[in-house]
Design a protein around this ligand. Structure first.
Ligand SMILES: Nc1nc2c(ncn2[C@@H]2O[C@H](COP(=O)(O)OP(=O)(O)OP(=O)(O)OP(=O)(O)OC[C@H]3O[C@@H](n4cnc5c(=O)[nH]c(N)nc54)[C@H](O)[C@@H]3O)[C@@H](O)[C@H]2O)c(=O)[nH]1
Length: 148
């Protein structure tokens, strides 16, 4: 059976420098395994719908809820990779931190977090599919800004 996880790619915009250089992404580092970096996400509980999972995991792992985040319409990315011989599907929605000063609160599952620009986010997220997803987000945001 395919493993399934859902989460949010979360970004914030700082007041300076001018856009798009002010866009930073939130990555969390696991406190277990290879200490890898990903956006907040986690396994779908039995009977739970995907978006509910994304919100629950984001609240549990980063302390961020609907009062802190604004979902960006029109973006949903699916990743497929293998974990210990099993297929895994991960769905990421996109959300912006409403107030860039809001603090992240980690759970025991993570040991560190960083707000980083695209280049550094791609360096931390060492998987090509996740790097491509982050690049897609950046393009998506830059295109949205150019719309009248
Ligand atoms: N002690 C211990 N405990 C673990 C371990 N493992 C899990 N636990 C427990 O599970 C709970 C987590 O539950 P949730 O939060 O609900 O689930 P998720 O958020 O889904 O978390 P996972 O960590 O299960 O899943 P992934 O992030 O998907 O990593 C799995 C593998 O895939 C690779 N990988 C990661 N991302 C990408 C990508 O974007 N692209 C590609 N291509 N590959 C990627 C990565 O290299 C890794 O080897 C924890 O509380 C622990 O109790 C472990 O190794 N040791």
């Amino acid at each position: 059976m395919t493993l399934r996880a859902c989460g949010f790619i979360i970004f914030r915009r700082l007041a300076h420098p001018p856009s798009p250089d002010n866009i930073q992404y939130l990555l969390l580092q696991t406190s277990y395994g290879q200490h890898h970096w990903t956006p907040p996400k986690g396994h779908v509980d039995p009977g739970e719908d995907d978006l509910t999972t994304a919100w629950r995991e984001t609240q549990e792992e980063a302390g961020l809820g609907q009062e802190h985040l604004r979902v960006v319409d029109g973006f949903l990315q699916r990743l497929h990779y293998q974990v210990r011989g099993k297929e895994k599907e991960v769905l990421y929605w996109l959300a912006e931190l409403r107030d860039p000063g809001i603090k992240v609160k980690l759970s025991d599952e993570h040991q560190d977090y960083r707000w980083v620009k695209l280049d550094e986010a791609c360096r931390l997220a060492k998987y090509t599919d996740l790097q491509d997803t982050l690049k897609n987000v950046q393009r998506f945001l830059e295109k949205a800004e150019k719309k009248p």
